[in-house]
Design a protein around this ligand. Structure first.
Ligand SMILES: Nc1nc2c(ncn2[C@@H]2O[C@H](COP(=O)(O)OP(=O)(O)O)[C@@H](O)[C@H]2O)c(=O)[nH]1
Ligand SMILES: [Mg+2]
Length: 396
């Protein structure tokens, strides 16, 4: 049985035509009246979120989506609205009480397109004629017969759901790069943008993992790196640097010593390295004045030499000879569909204030919107022509 690890809340979208029993099913799963159940079709007009804990899945948010067959909207608009309510979903339930119609087919197509695993809840089993199960199974979907009203088979439905929810494997951040010397050197420049008197999250996390793995972390500023490496007789497994000084560090670290950046460790740890590399490839397709979103997860006060607002646009102009139409976003909420719609690229910060799950959800969202994403650090390394060197240690 798949059990989600702590803190990773799963989003479950409950979809289907009007009046098939979506809201009733949410109530049955939650064992309480949370969604409005009514006999008048179309009561649920906007997605409604209900957060709870269900076993064996753990913390979940149930999304009660509006009926897909709403009369007011047709065609492409209908598809768009259905998709919109599904972008957050980790998994979906297609509720139905009848033979598959064009609406059920449309939803199954969307699930496949957005790569959302789903199952069919054949509801109102208390009223139903036989033979519907096979019809849905012929679409390759797992089917569970339930009665939301009588709370029949709900536990089986939840168990089947738990089986199809994708589980993210825990990956090490740096532990796997410890080799012979079990020593890493971390380069942390202390410039104007560095917070006073403390280290930032990715730095702390890397140090913590090195000692968890029984290794040694040597921490130094960029100015002292050369001396530090000499003192260690170059006997180190890897050097990890802040991306903002990577162009300078690359010249100091001898070629035989693996070099990477905090951003790359984070991207690899969150499973996004490949996705960001695709984003780097897509840079070639950008044209002058294309809209580009610069997205920062924390809302710090921008400094005069702010990385997102000043340095990155400047390096893009210097190295690519291009000026984009930048849209800046900051804060806990990822920009929504309208805000990102015409953007050709998202340049995202490392996301150190976000939990792993929150960050991955943003990347899933962007993937589904088909907007390429790069993170600050990887873009900086790419613009300075050293991305290959700094991703090399992670590709082994
Ligand atoms: N007989 C029967 N009726 C049900 C069942 N589940 C829901 N209903 C009824 O179907 C109607 C629509 O339910 P609702 O949950 O509002 O559907 P929604 O529009 O999909 O959210 C209500 O009258 C419910 O009481 C069931 O398992 N059996
Ligand atoms: Mg409803």
């Amino acid at each position: 049985m798949n059990v989600s690890h702590a803190g990773f809340r799963k989003y479950i979208a409950i979809t289907g035509r009007r009046n098939v029993g979506k809201s009733s099913l949410i109530n049955a799963i939650a064992c309480q009246d949370v969604a409005i159940v009514s006999e008048i079709p179309g009561t649920t007009t906007d997605p409604v979120y209900k957060t709870l804990e269900i076993q064996p899945i753990g913390p979940v948010t149930l999304i009660d989506t509006p009926g897909i067959d709403d009369e007011g909207i047709v065609g492409q608009k209908r598809v768009e609205r259905a998709k919109r309510s599904l972008y957050r979903a980790d998994v979906a339930i297609l509720v139905t009480d009848d033979r598959p119609s064009c609406y059920e087919e449309m939803l199954m197509d969307i699930f496949r397109e957005l790569e959302i695993p789903f199952l069919v809840a054949l509801n109102k089993v208390d009223l139903q004629p036989d033979g519907l199960v096979g019809l849905y199974e012929s679409y390759g979907a797992p089917v569970v017969e339930v009665s939301a009203k009588e709370r029949r088979n709900i536990d089986t439905l939840v168990e089947r759901l738990a089986e199809i929810i994708p589980v993210e494997e825990e990956k090490p951040l740096i532990g796997h790069l410890l080799k012979d010397t079990r020593t890493v050197v971390l380069v942390i420049p202390i410039d104007k943008a560095a917070p006073k008197g403390r280290l930032i999250m990715p730095q702390v996390e890397v140090i913590r993992e090195v000692i968890d793995f029984g290794g040694t972390a040597v921490v130094t500023r960029d100015h002292e790196l050369h001396d530090t490496l000499t003192k260690l007789s170059n006997c180190v497994d890897v050097v990890v640097t802040d991306s903002q000084v990577v162009m300078k560090i690359e010249k100091i670290v001898p070629k035989e010593i693996p070099l990477t950046t905090f951003s790359i460790l984070e991207a690899a740890n969150k499973g996004d390295l490949e996705f960001f590399l695709e984003g780097i490839e897509k840079l070639k397709l950008l044209k002058n004045n294309d809209p580009v979103a610069i997205v920062e997860a924390c809302s710090h006060v921008p400094t005069c030499d702010d990385i997102g607002r000043v340095k990155i646009p400047r390096w893009i102009e210097e190295k690519m000879g291009m000026k984009f139409h930048y849209k800046f976003f900051a804060g806990k909420e990822f920009p929504d569909l309208e805000q990102l719609q015409d953007c050709k690229l998202v340049v995202h910060c490392g996301g150190c204030v976000l939990t792993r799950s929150a960050f991955m959800r943003r990347m899933t969202w962007a993937r589904r919107l088909k907007i390429p994403v790069v993170n600050y650090g990887m873009l900086i390394s790419h613009l300075h022509g050293i991305l290959n060197r700094v991703i090399e240690p992670l590709l082994k």
